[in-house]
Unconditional design. Structure first.
Ligand code: PA5
Length: 473
């Protein structure tokens, strides 16, 4: 099997290390192994029959070629690329950019960015944020990518209308047409018809791939390729992880193992919060992306049999070492309701040596001559150890190096972990009734035709909940 350069150490999840109250006993892992095997076989069968949409994405070489062709064309014409999308239509692109581009890519002069465009992901309709972006942009040198799987999300459609107006005003209709790319469902949704009518370039998200599983489709690939990232290696890493994640046993299948550890911790030990804490600014976006994946896929009222289960584990993102000075006190001594997953890096892409301090200053001396890599590594190990001593479970996923290939593998691993976690809990990972209800309520409140009954329902609850309990200062 091809390796992905990723190691998982779950010693500090186990009772032998952190004690029996919060730690997992080997017998518990053996206990879940049979269900894990059934889950693995059913996922493998779904993959074989093409029933697991996102698992096909790493193999879509022709799509990647087309993405690269369009990306290079765009990169040759503009200096800024703006992604308009929200949720799964934004977080993957942001995660790839944060992990693989220079940490200050957008602030570097063009020649230091390999002459590739700056990339901004605008994932909100906060008017100050949107207006601020418009202030910043030189529309003559900007291309815009509108991304919405459903083609009907109000936030993205509103942004699209705002940006199209600006672009048409400053560029005219013909040039705007060249500068807009739309990524959406190949059949459904208002946006596709609109894009076809207007003559915009179109990419498709396969119908069986939902937003939070779409990072390896053009949704994530196009912005990555525009900023010059190596999407071929990204997909190669995902393919390598794909093989590993189909093995039928906990001992060989990293995604199944991670899912089983979280499942036992949550269901048997009441660890209802899953913290992901990268010791790398570059991986903070991966933790944000994972937060949506884990929350929306597993946070469900009903299981597959229709029983009310209110399943789910609340995902939290923290950043090491920064949040040692913000969150760790709580994780160490607060409620014992968390599992911490550290994301570590064995070889950072840059080294910063700490210069020697003036002689005789003990408080500074010990740092001199070390590197920041040593320091952040020591902080990560110390935090994991301190948590273990306090009986708090954690595991560590270490990347040999943050590379496109390793990142592809990591994202794919987390998607498969999520699928297995849903299998073990008996729920559907791929629907999001809560999100859909929010979208319907937004349409109703904004006066969309056909939503009258819902609007009247909202008015009734508005009356019941009219602001009576409030305080001003
Ligand atoms: O994962 C999901 O399906 C959702 O979170 C969507 O990504 C989000 O609601 C945005 O939807 P769309 O891409 O359809 O605009």
């Amino acid at each position: 099997m091809r390796t992905c350069g990723i190691q998982i150490d779950y010693t500090k999840m186990m009772a032998a290390c952190i004690g029996p109250e919060h730690g997992i006993r080997p017998a518990e892992l053996r206990g879940i192994a049979r269900r894990g095997r059934t889950a693995a076989l059913s996922v493998a069968a779904a993959v074989r029959t093409g029933g697991l949409g996102f698992s096909k994405l790493p193999f879509a070489g022709a799509v990647a070629d087309e993405v690269r062709r369009v990306a290079d064309e765009i990169a040759g014409e503009v200096d800024t690329f703006v992604v308009l999308g929200i949720g799964g239509s934004a977080l993957g692109a942001a995660a790839l950019h944060a992990a693989l581009a220079h940490p200050f890519h957008n602030l570097l002069p063009r020649e230091k960015r390999n002459r590739r465009p700056r990339v901004f992901v605008l994932d909100n309709v906060d008017p100050e944020f949107v207006a601020g972006a418009i202030d910043l942009l030189d529309f003559k040198k900007t291309a815009v990518s509108v991304v919405t799987k459903s083609g009907g999300t109000a936030e993205t459609l509103a942004q699209c209308l705002v940006f199209l107006k600006e672009m048409r005003r400053r560029l005219g209709t013909r040039l705007t047409r060249r500068r807009v790319v739309v990524t959406t469902d190949p059949e459904r949704g208002a946006l596709r018809a609109f894009a076809l009518r207007e003559g915009y370039r179109l990419f498709s998200v396969p119908p069986d791939v939902g937003g939070r599983f779409s990072v390896l489709s053009p949704v994530g690939l196009l912005p990555a390729a525009v900023s010059g990232l190596d999407i071929v290696s990204l997909l190669d890493g995902a393919r390598a992880a794909h093989d590993a994640c189909l093995a039928p046993g906990l001992a060989y299948n990293p995604a199944l193992l991670l899912a089983a550890l979280q499942h036992i911790s949550c269901v048997e030990r009441g660890k209802t919060i899953a913290v992901m804490m990268p010791y790398s600014n570059a991986l903070a976006g991966v933790a944000d992306w994972f937060r949506q994946l884990w929350a929306e896929s597993l946070g469900k009222r009903l299981d597959r049999a229709g029983a009310v289960v209110h399943a789910g584990q609340t995902p939290v993102r923290a950043l090491g070492a920064t949040d040692q000075h913000s969150q760790i006190q709580l994780y160490m001594e607060g409620p014992a309701d968390k599992v911490i997953t550290f994301l570590g890096v064995r070889g950072y892409r840059r080294t910063v040596r700490i210069p020697a301090a003036p002689p005789g200053d003990d408080a500074l001396d010990y740092l001199g001559g070390a590197t920041m890599d040593d320091l952040i590594g020591a902080e990560q190990r110390a935090t994991a150890l301190a948590l273990a001593e306090a009986g708090r479970p954690s595991m560590t996923i270490t990347l040999d190096r943050i590379s496109p290939r390793a990142l592809g593998a990591l994202l794919y691993l987390f998607q498969m972990q999520t699928v297995f976690a849903a299998e073990l809990r008996g729920i559907n990972a791929f629907d999001q009734p809560g999100v859909e209800q929010g979208k319907r309520l937004t349409c109703a409140m904004m006066g969309r035709p056909g939503y009258g009954a819902l609007r009247r329902g909202i008015a009734r609850s508005d009356r019941r909940c009219a602001s009576r309990c409030a305080l001003s200062l």
